[in-house]
Design a protein around this ligand. Structure first.
Ligand SMILES: NC(=O)c1ccc[n+]([C@@H]2O[C@H](COP(=O)([O-])OP(=O)(O)OC[C@H]3O[C@@H](n4cnc5c(N)ncnc54)[C@H](O)[C@@H]3O)[C@@H](O)[C@H]2O)c1
Length: 445
């Protein structure tokens, strides 16, 4: 298919779309194209996810099952683990995980496997768009050579681009339809085609850049910006603790400035698999250029220290109440990496629980969205040893029995008034008890 033919197929909705990796990013993308009237094939290596999609069930909180079911019923959305289904697609998105390994080095194995899968079925005229967050150069230096093993040449026989995903799970204001997408291809034609495809689901909110590398670095700038600013307020929170100043009050006051200031909030650490992970991708790549990204390293050091600072504060609070952390019953509220979502990857709350347990506390947790978690044990030992914890019910008796209730995630559904009423001691790391009467038992980060 020529570039013009592909452009026409995008415009008249006859282009078939393939999405590889149907998780938090890929599933909304697949459903977005199905909603726009395209025929979509969802490819995932997880047979359970494929089974659910075929049955019209969603496993991502922000994607309603009704939407999946309607598109499956209408024949616009199919799911499979077989890459062979991509032979009929004209546009292929890749949204597989990009974690780091134990040494915090990029793990591109998922991208490599997806690219190998595409290469085995790649057709002339297809457009491949990588959406996974990664360091500048991945599309050109990692994806491209693997795809070209097919015997086809990028920019000649097929088109290749990168478009970073900006999805923000739990965000009710900004979703895939109203968040602008940045698009950069390995050549102008790839950029234009990927832009044409993506503008369909973003209502034209497309920002084209000159290369895939620019698009890749754009995403890392966005996330590094957050990591650095969160680290700054985390550092100030630690200083405020020594100075006896309420950091939350300071941030609220600074936020009244109508320009030049953007509020960021401290917490028990950064979680999810963007903010704590992505800056490392850039720091790793930078070393290839004899360059050390000092802001990134400093931010990482500060943010990684926050779970330990949080535990130190809990230890002190218990100490002031005449108890030691060892053998104290600590009831943790929240296990996900941020409020009102069910994703617990790289969660700072879990890190805090691991440290609490390693110091001898008896830890329970409650999270309405995360029924089970695995704690590494011991903290810096053999990471293959895990202990499973299950979310406990939250009732007045349990709150009263806890020596300390620790709020690590500010889920909206929790009755904070009941916690302040029943719990003997509360440590609030996320200011969830803000705007409630100051209570003698409450300490805030
Ligand atoms: N979750 C977010 O909020 C978010 C936001 C922006 C960017 N990102 C980035 O998007 C990418 C995907 O993240 P996610 O949160 O959607 O991950 P996820 O784990 O929710 O989903 C990834 C899916 O890919 C599947 N998969 C893995 N290897 C595969 C393969 N070889 N072939 C087919 N399927 C495969 C997995 O089974 C899983 O269903 C990552 O690079 C992430 O950094 C995520």
């Amino acid at each position: 298919m020529s570039a013009d033919a592909l452009r026409r197929a995008i415009a008249d909705r006859s282009a078939r779309v393939g999405v590889i990796g149907c998780g938090y990013v890929g599933l909304p993308l697949a459903v977005g194209f199905a909603k726009a009237g395209y025929s979509v094939v969802a490819i995932d290596v997880d047979p359970e996810r494929v089974r659910k999609l075929r049955a019209g069930e969603s496993y991502i909180r922000d994607v309603p099952s009704e939407a999946v079911a309607a598109h499956v019923k209408a024949g616009r959305l199919t799911a499979t683990s077989d890459y062979g289904a991509l032979r009929d697609a004209q546009i292929i998105f890749v949204a597989v995980p990009t974690p780091f390994d134990r040494a915090k080095q990029p793990d591109l194995s998922y991208i490599v496997r997806a690219a190998e899968g595409i290469a085995s079925v790649l057709q002339k005229g297809q457009l491949v768009v990588l959406e996974s967050t990664t360091y500048p150069g991945t599309t050109d230096e990692v994806m491209r050579p693997i795809l070209e093993r097919s015997g086809l040449h990028a920019g000649v026989d097929f088109y290749l681009a990168f478009s970073p995903e900006r999805i923000d799970p739990g965000n009710k204001t900004f979703g895939i339809e109203n968040t602008p997408k940045v698009v950069g291809g390995i050549d102008p034609e790839s950029t234009a085609l990927a832009g044409a495809a993506l503008q369909v689901i973003t209502q034209g909110r497309i920002h084209l850049v000159s290369s895939a590398r620019v698009a890749e670095l754009t995403k890392l700038l966005e996330n590094t910006f957050r990591a650095v600013n969160i680290a700054l307020v985390n550092e100030l929170a630690m200083l405020c603790d020594r100075m006896g100043i309420d950091i939350w009050e300071v941030i609220d006051a600074a936020a009244t400035k109508p320009y030049g200031f953007m509020p960021f909030y401290p917490g028990p650490g950064v979680g999810g698999h963007c903010i704590p992970v992505d800056p490392y991708y850039l720091a790793w790549k930078a070393r290839e250029y004899d360059f050390h990204t000092k802001f990134i390293e400093l931010a990482a050091e500060t943010n990684l220290g926050m779970p330990f600072f949080t535990v130190a504060r809990i230890r002190k609070q218990l100490n002031d109440a005449g108890r030691s952390l060892r053998d104290s019953r600590v009831l943790v509220l929240g296990a996900s990496f941020k409020k009102d979502i069910d994703d617990a990857r790289e969660s700072a709350a879990i890190r805090v629980m691991e440290i609490l347990k390693s110091e001898g506390a008896v830890v329970e947790y409650h999270d309405p969205y995360v029924p089970v978690i695995k704690l590494a044990s011991p903290v810096f030992g053999n990471n293959s040893e895990h202990e499973t914890l299950r979310s406990v019910d939250l009732d007045a008796g349990r709150l009263r029995r806890a020596d300390c209730v620790v709020i690590l995630v500010a889920h909206s559904s929790i009755d904070y008034a009941a916690i302040l009423r029943e719990a003997p001691l509360v440590f609030d790391a996320v200011n969830a008890t803000r705007s409630r009467d100051r209570h003698a038992q409450v300490e805030r980060l």
